[in-house]
Ligand binder design. Sequence first.
Ligand SMILES: [Zn+2]
Length: 144
Amino acid sequence: MSAKVYRPENWSGSPLESESAQLVGGRCLSCGKVFFPRFNACPSCASRRPMSEVRLSRRATLYSYSVIHVNTPGFKAPYAVGYVDMAEGPRVFGHLDGWQDGPVPLDTAVEIYAGPIGKDRDGEELISVRFRPLAGERNSTGGA
Ligand SMILES: [Zn+2]
């Protein structure tokens, strides 16, 4: 089976070759804010100085998510997508794991990893951003 990474420029290395690949954001050299993905101009202060690369942490907290119940080309429903907040500042979009076991509380700590999200128009598996709730941090009544 073949696979390809969606927007490989967003990763510190090839997620197909290393599980330790991290998302790479950009830090504005004028105001210091961090964004993901990197922009050519700062959305905050409009500076056009090139952003410096910042490797984002692999942990974040769940901001919000939705379960999708409709198939779309390349994506087999049901699946869940949402946003997480990074410690460095950016809010990042991706696919969420663990929702099949019950609601995932907002602010749940998640691990970010590269995993399959669907298929492209040629039927090739796409690898992109996924979120995995961290065991023991899912809720106050759950077990390990
Ligand atoms: Zn700026």
